[in-house]
Write a protein that binds this ligand. Structure first.
Ligand code: GTP
Ligand code: MG
Length: 204
């Protein structure tokens, strides 16, 4: 898919205030610093569109970006940032959960995990929560430029085996680098296919 336009629309903390246009929407989530905002910039080919930082905890709100005037990308805050105080962590968790459970336009949630690390408990618990709530998701392995091909393959195999202990089937899986652009085509093609389907049923 070709990206002709990408515009920032709105940031907010409440799902009720998200755009009301009934367009397909794809949100990006994962642990703090995993590379969500960078991936959004890479996919859209707009370097400064989503704000990135080497310090974890940069994204604090639900951020909507309108793509090709047709569909939305949503940048979400990361979860599990240990250095935030308990109160702001639970506030962020509420924002994220309300959004995921109540946003009927949410067509697919891309859950990002760092390809260098072994499966983390917090991610496994998050997948389980998504499963319990019937949220459609895919897994995106990020930062693949930081490791060699062999290690990458081993890490992904190990990850999939761990998932298969809990799931009968694997979700769609993508491998990306925001540095060199790998995975861009595959991810955008997947979104293009999903855009052809009817919007998810109203959840309310
Ligand atoms: P929060 O909003 O804080 O939760 O973080 P985030 O998940 O949005 O991460 P962000 O995109 O801000 O990236 C975090 C850091 O990782 C930045 O220093 C990025 O430059 C770096 N980074 C992200 N993706 C990649 C990648 O694919 N390759 C490499 N080498 N670095 C990356
Ligand atoms: Mg971010």
């Amino acid at each position: 898919m070709k990206i002709n336009s990408a515009q920032f629309k709105i940031s907010n903390s409440e799902v009720e205030k998200c755009p009301k246009e009934s367009k397909h929407e794809y949100a990006f989530i994962g642990r703090s610093n995993v590379g969500k905002s960078s991936l959004i910039n890479m996919l859209t080919g707009r370097k400064g569109l989503a704000m990135t930082s080497s310090t974890p905890g940069k994204t604090m709100l639900i951020n909507h970006f309108l793509i090709n005037n047709e569909w939305y990308i949503v940048d979400l805050p990361g979860y599990g940032y240990a250095r935030r105080d308990k109160e702001s962590r639970s506030k962020l968790q509420t924002i994220i959960q309300n959004y995921i459970l109540n946003r009927c336009e949410l067509t697919n949630l891309f859950v990002l995990v760092d390809s260098r690390h072994e499966p983390q408990k917090i991610d496994m618990e998050f997948f389980e929560w998504l499963g319990e709530n019937g949220v459609p998701f895919s897994i995106v392995f990020t930062k693949i430029d930081k490791i060699g091909k062999e290690v990458l393959k081993k890490n992904i195999d190990d990850y999939c085996n761990k998932l298969l202990e809990q799931w009968e089937e694997l979700p769609p899986i993508f491998m990306t680098s925001s540095e060199d652009g790998r995975g861009r085509e595959e991810l955008l093609d997947y979104i293009e296919e999903l855009n052809k389907l009817p919007l998810p049923e109203d959840k309310n």
